[in-house]
Each structure stands twice: as C-alpha cells, then as structure tokens.
Design a protein around this ligand. Sequence first.
Ligand SMILES: [Zn+2]
Length: 100
Amino acid sequence: MSRSILTLILATAVMAVAFTDLAPPLAPLATFALALLALGYVAACRWFPLRRCPACKGSGHITGGLLGGIRYCGLCRGEGIQLRRGVVLWRRLRRGRGRR
Ligand SMILES: [Zn+2]
C-alpha cells in the first residue's frame, strides 16, 4: 500500500513539474497521461465497480491484538470487497438530481 502511495506522490510531482515552466515540452504528455488515467478509472468503475478492501486486503477480517485475535473488518463489514469511490460518488450525484 505504501508503495502505491509513493508512486502516486511521484506521479503527482512529475505532473506538477510538467505544468510549470521548468519542463515545458512535458505538458502535452502529462495532459495525455492524465486523460488516459481518468479514462482508465472511469472504465474500471464501469466494468469493475468493486475493489478489494484496503483495510483487510480482501480477507474480510483483521488479525492482531496481544492474543492474536481475529475480528470482522469494520470498513467492508467482513465482505472483503468495497465499492470504488468513483462509483459511490456517481451514485450520490445521480441521487442528488432526483433520479435513481
Ligand atoms: Zn475490509
């Protein structure tokens, strides 16, 4: 998980540099990459609306504690899967406009 966060930070930094005057030739490329990423995420939300729960990594339970106990994951209620944030946002927006 921390590796993906690092990648995200690095990608954000590269994008930020690309849109400044430091590296002008990178701007179209960064725009293209950003558009591609957005399109990929929308496609993922459309065809794969569920994702593995980040808290329990899809197992549905969390182990730990002094005596090695197991408990249900509170984030996914023990299911191990979660709706993507984009899907949740999309549904909320649609509900807001009065459609279902
Ligand atoms: Zn979970």
